[in-house]
Ligand binder design. Structure first.
Ligand code: PEP
Ligand code: MG
Length: 571
């Protein structure tokens, strides 16, 4: 038995066999060609095997996730058949005396360098395809099996150094029962992804991929961060019991699907979901989200080698909007920088990245990137109920500039013959104290606010949300944070605007009664928290929570508020 401690990133207990997702580290042999015929057939056999693999993956992804997601594998299959690439590999063997692996590696790299140097997003995407496909073919030539999440066909707990969006694209929720990673924190994207898929996960264990052997029995508790490898009988029984309890509770919660999210005395709120990609839609529909309160579009830009094109973005936004069938969908414009890097943008290193060149600051500086996203959003707007939201707004001038660019792109698109919805609401995230304090002024110009407490807390208490050493200062119920939230809600309501919250706090059972009492209109959270929040709200009286909220605002510490609310509302 071995116990590892990670950070609980997605609630739930899971027990299963380990499946280790290892990074493939191929060493290309440089010895000259031996027998031409043998190497030639080795190359072609590897192409055949890869074709079989990719056809299987494509069919699987098409069935599970739809044709949009399967497109990438169609493109990969085309690379395998590409006569130019095949000719280049064959001539490397025949004329340059290279062995099959070296010949392929050399030819693929040549194409990758050539395509990447082109000022054309489509060709840059082809470079990424060649990179992925050649890795698969090389793994067959070198007889080093390539392990990917698409190879998982039985129930497992997935163990990986980190989990990239490209890994999750092929991941089947029916088989992956839990996720454990070496690196990451609660707001790292593997954590956010696992929450939005509703898969229990622990991140940041440091050594999981070293300490856990394939096939060993693993227990993970996504609430406490505990990972147990080869548990004893007693531990197995304890966690099996916890798992059974959870499943019972989940079954009960499912009865709330289709019910109203309103308090005992009739105060109705909207319970919306946070998503990172169209892939999360299935889970939020299962959990009966009444809208999307935050689509973190930055995930569309991550784990790739170039910016997503306007067309690609348009397809994703359209898919989300049309699937939600006129329910409100808040799409946030690009929020990179801080802890979310895009290596291909080559941004300078900063001493304080959370206070630096990120989100709307970056978009207003790199206008071409921003305009492309705005065009994709505007074009998608006719497919549903779109609301556009700008992140990390610190000043009114930033909001006005962003809105100005949006208006300009709208005019251009209409001139080009596109249709654009006339009813798009434009709002901002309130995650910087200056904006919360000046909310009365912002409220005159925006259509809505969404309070981003993940950042608002860190900026109010000056406690880095990623820094374990100061995590005791990261206090969601600190009366200073609560007063800012109240100020934002009151300011919006004075101008007849609505206010949501899309930070983690919106789904926190201690915060929910306070937020309801303060008059929050929309609560946006991980899909897996929605039904629990609905249950809680239905058990509360708005009048009681309003009284309680005014009490906690005059308290002096986080601890005092937490104790009070627990005693009043949590049994
Ligand atoms: C927030 O800051 O509360 C938020 C929702 O944004 P992110 O977690 O993506 O910074
Ligand atoms: Mg934020």
């Amino acid at each position: 038995m071995k116990e590892l401690k990670g950070i609980g990133a997605s609630k739930g207990v899971s027990i299963g066999k380990a499946f280790i997702l290892k990074d493939l580290n191929l060493t290309i042999p440089v010895e000259p060609l031996g027998d031409l015929e043998t190497e030639m057939s080795r190359f072609h056999e590897a192409i055949n095997q890869s074709t079989i693999d990719l056809e299987k993956i494509e069919a699987h992804v098409e069935k599970e996730m739809g044709s949009e997601h399967a497109k990438i594998f169609k493109a990969h299959l085309l690379v395998l058949k590409d006569p130019e690439l095949i000719k280049a590999v064959e001539s490397n063997m025949k004329e340059n005396n290279m062995n099959a692996a070296n010949a392929l590696n050399e030819a693929a790299n040549k194409f990758i360098t050539l395509f990447e140097s082109m000022d054309n997003a489509y060709m840059k995407e082809r470079a990424a395809d060649i990179h992925d496909v050649s890795k698969r073919v090389l793994s067959y030539i070198l007889e080093e099996p390539l392990v990917t999440t698409s190879d998982i066909t039985e129930e497992v707990i997935l163990i990986g150094h980190d989990l990239l969006p490209s890994d999750t694209a092929q991941l089947n929720k029916d088989f992956v029962k839990g996720i454990v990673t070496d690196i990451g924190g609660r707001t790292s994207h593997s954590a956010i992804m696992s929450r939005s898929m509703g898969i229990p996960a622990n991140v940041g264990t440091s050594t999981a991929t070293k300490d856990i052997q394939p096939e060993s029995t693993v227990i993970l508790d996504g609430e406490t961060g505990v990972v147990i490898v080869e548990p004893d009988e007693e531990q197995l029984a304890f966690y099996q019991n916890k798992l059974d309890e959870e499943q019972k509770k989940e079954k009960e919660l499912k009865k709330l699907v289709g019910q109203e999210s309103s308090s005992k005395d009739g105060r109705q709120v909207e319970l919306a979901a946070n998503i990172g990609s169209p892939k999360d839609l299935e889970n939020i529909i299962e959990n009966d989200a009444e809208g999307i309160g935050l689509f973190r579009t930055e995930f569309l830009y991550m784990d790739r080698e170039q910016l997503p094109s306007e067309e690609e973005q348009f397809e994703s936004y359209k898919e989300v909007l049309s699937t939600m069938q006129n329910k409100p969908v808040v799409i946030r414009t690009l929020d990179v920088g801080g802890d979310k890097d895009l290596p291909y943008l080559d941004l300078p290193d900063e001493l304080n990245p959370f206070l630096g060149f990120r989100a709307i600051r970056l978009c207003l500086e790199k206008e071409d990137i921003f305009r492309t996203q705005l065009r994709a959003l505007l074009r998608a707007s006719t497919h549903g109920n779109l609301k556009i939201m700008f992140p990390m707004v610190a000043t009114l001038e930033e909001y006005r500039s962003a809105k100005q660019l949006l208006e300009e792109e709208k005019v251009k698109l209409i001139e080009e013959g596109y249709q654009v919805s006339e009813t798009i609401e434009i709002g901002i995230m309130v995650e910087i104290p200056s904006t919360a304090i000046l909310a009365d002024q912002f409220a005159k110009e925006v259509d809505f606010f969404s309070i981003g407490t993940n950042d608002l807390i860190q900026y109010t208490l000056a406690a880095d949300r990623m820094n374990e050493t100061v995590s005791h200062l990261y206090q969601p119920y600190h009366p200073a944070v609560l007063r800012l939230i109240k100020q934002v809600i009151d300011a919006a309501h004075a101008e007849n605007k609505w206010v949501g919250m899309c930070g983690e706090m919106a789904g926190d059972e201690i915060a929910v009664p306070i937020l309801l009492g303060l008059g929050l209109d929309e609560f946006s959270m991980s899909a897996s928290s929605i039904l629990e929040a609905r249950k809680q709200i239905r058990s509360l009286s708005f009048e009681d929570t309003a009284n309680i909220s005014s009490k906690v605002l005059s308290m002096s510490t986080n601890e005092e508020v937490e104790r009070f609310i627990k005693q009043k509302f949590i049994h």
